[in-house]
Write a protein of this length. Structure first.
Length: 288
């Protein structure tokens, strides 16, 4: 990761410290999603006969405990955790699950490395809604690094009469985005997001557009598509996100050719807000 960002720490999450958890939404064939109000975070749960998989653990011990309590209202099975990428709101709750007996934390190899390198530096990003995590004091505030690694090849996890696939489509929102496919749902992490502009701070915009096209091509396999934040999405929304990002890449490249010393002149025509456009152009230059 070239930058530390608040991948979720922006205007879409007002008063996050007061945001309660909503109820589980069933996704069929052992799958569930738990969403906070104000579109804060989607946590996935997949329940097999022998184990259950938790997808993303929140931004610290407070939210981690709330997620764990909600999980235990559904199942008492042993748990496995997967972190979709290395932004604090998706892995800062890991220590709560570790204390609860979880020993198997999955992530893409690039995500595990990024958590090891930047996890401590991300603490200030949760100062408002997880002050103990920000300060590194109190229970369950350690940064837990995933040790079960996904590389280029997909990994099939057997939960007992139900299998889930962990796979990587290449760089996108980060360099280590991991998708989780169940018999009925695709959990896409922040590769796909509803209700906010994409977060480009440590992204790979051109690759991200390609990853979105791959997700669109996979949609016939899944009844549900779960974004990292916000409401469930359909294939049309994913294609629109891919087309919009590809168009923005072309516009930014054109602006760079026309005004190589000031590509920010492309900002008024890019389909994102000014802040996101600046990050987009910077990352496009850095990752070209």
């Amino acid at each position: 990761m070239s930058d530390i960002i608040g991948a979720g720490g922006d205007a879409r999450h007002p008063a996050a410290q007061e945001v309660p958890l909503a109820a589980w939404n069933e996704l069929g064939q052992g799958g569930y999603v738990l969403t906070t109000e104000a579109e804060f975070l989607n946590t996935g749960l997949v329940v097999g006969r022998e184990k259950a998989l938790v997808i993303d653990t929140g931004c610290g011990p407070r939210q981690g405990r709330e997620i764990l309590q909600a999980v235990r209202e559904v199942t008492e099975l042993p748990l496995v955790v997967v972190n979709t990428h290395a932004h604090y709101d998706h892995f800062f709750g890991n220590a709560v699950f570790q204390e609860a007996g979880v020993t198997e934390f999955w992530a893409h190899e690039n995500t595990a490395r990024a958590i090891a390198e930047t996890g401590e530096a991300q603490r200030p990003l949760v100062e408002v809604f997880e002050p103990e995590m920000a300060q590194g004091t109190g229970e369950n505030t350690a940064v837990v690094i995933p040790q079960a690694i996904v590389k280029d090849q997909p990994v099939l996890l057997d939960l007992g009469d139900l299998s889930v696939q962990l796979f990587h489509l290449g760089r996108g929102h980060t360099e280590g985005d991991l998708l989780v496919g169940t018999p009925s749902a695709l959990f896409a992490g922040d590769l796909v997001e509803h209700g906010a502009y994409p977060a480009f701070e440590d992204s790979y915009p051109a690759d991200w557009a390609d990853a979105l096209r791959h997700i669109s091509a996979l949609r016939h396999r899944y009844e549900y598509l779960v974004p990292g934040h916000g409401a469930l999405m359909d294939d049309g929304a994913v294609r629109t996100m891919a087309d919009t990002m590809a168009m923005a890449v072309r516009q930014a490249h054109q602006a760079t050719r026309e005004t190589p010393d000031d590509a920010t002149k492309a900002i008024p025509v890019l389909p994102y807000g000014p802040e996101q456009s600046r990050h987009f152009i910077r990352r496009l230059r850095q990752t070209a």
